[in-house]
Design a protein around this ligand. Structure first.
Ligand code: ATP
Length: 307
């Protein structure tokens, strides 16, 4: 197993805000590693520190064989960064956008690299289309092609599929898995559970601290939750009534079903059975989901800026 990233004790402050606290993390080469957590939890800041785009205030580590503090310029050359916003030129065609980026990187054999990227990302048929006229999914594909032009070994994707339809998202993830299989390491920040489940491993951050890391299965198992699903709930008052029962630690609503979780399996099942029988509700045991695990993780996390 080769590690692409191995860092420990990374910290970053902006003014008096401690945005990333003692981050220690290992990412394997060729792995798709997801970063999840609420807005402002430090995902982007962490990712940028890991790959030399931002200097940590303290800490140490290696990325792609280079020191994250002293050799950040060497790391940056090997990184492709796809930001949240489409940042190419609307009034250039797809091919012109890629040619422009290739020139900015000072790449030799520019035309060849652009033609290869167009074919690899399925953009060849649209090479003369203006970028501004593309749908969200195609724009995202063009952004990906642009950040792969210089053949990076590490790819950073910052909420890459926000606002993109489900079919385009699925296609995009197929592409990401193809790149990972070719040995490119991929760090991706996301708020989507289905994307989190497509990552090989993930980290959950809240208020700058790493609360959990591992495969989705490991993150779920570490919470030691037992979950029951209560079906056909139309009355919002049911949720608060359930939350007040002994043994119930959290209730999450998914449409007309409620996921009720706690760590004490016997107490939880006895209380729920009694409640559901009394209220004529259907009750089924279910494996806890990643979202249940994340909600549980957040229960004990405190926002230091809110006191
Ligand atoms: N350059 C900066 N200067 C000052 N504060 C910053 C800077 N960059 C980020 N922050 C602050 O650091 C905190 C963490 O931001 P970051 O973008 O890393 O979070 P995030 O988890 O990626 O959030 P989101 O999910 O909203 O993208 C936020 O409070 C943000 O306002």
């Amino acid at each position: 197993m080769t590690l692409a990233i191995d860092v420990s004790g990374l910290n970053k402050r902006f003014g008096d805000k401690h945005v990333v606290r003692d981050l220690s993390l290992q990412v394997r080469q060729g792995e798709i590693f997801g970063f999840l957590g609420p807005n402002g939890s430090g995902k982007t800041t962490s990712i940028r520190m890991l790959c030399g785009l931002l200097t940590p205030d303290s800490g140490q580590g290696i990325c792609l064989g280079y020191d994250v503090i002293r050799q950040s310029a060497d790391i940056k050359r090997q990184v492709g960064y796809m930001t949240q916003k489409f940042s190419l030129w609307d009034d250039l065609t797809i091919a012109e956008n890629l040619e422009f980026v290739a020139r900015m990187f000072g790449m030799p054999n520019r035309q060849q690299a652009v033609d290869a990227a167009l074919v690899e990302l399925g953009l060849a048929g649209r090479r003369s289309q203006l970028a501004g006229t593309l749908s969200g999914g195609w724009k995202q594909r063009l952004s990906l092609a642009a950040c792969l032009l210089h053949r990076p070994r590490l790819l950073l994707l910052d909420e890459p599929t926000a606002g993109v339809d489900p079919k385009a998202r699925r296609d995009f993830w197929e592409e990401i898995h193809r790149l990972s299989a070719a040995g490119i390491t991929i760090l991706v920040s996301t708020h989507y559970m289905d994307e989190a489940e497509r990552c090989h491993r993930l980290a959950y951050l809240a208020y700058g601290s790493l609360l959990a890391a591992g495969t989705a299965e490991e993150v779920i198992a570490a919470q030691r939750l037992h979950t029951w699903v209560v079906n056909g709930v139309h009355d919002p008052a049911v949720s608060s009534a359930l939350l007040a029962l002994p043994g119930v630690e959290q209730v999450a609503t998914f449409g007309l079903t409620l996921h009720v979780s706690g760590q004490d399996a016997r107490l939880l099942s006895a209380q729920l059975a009694q409640f559901c029988q009394a209220h004529g509700l259907n009750l089924q045991a279910a494996p806890p989901s990643l979202e249940d695990a994340f909600i549980h993780l957040m229960r004990d996390a405190r926002d230091p800026f809110q006191g």
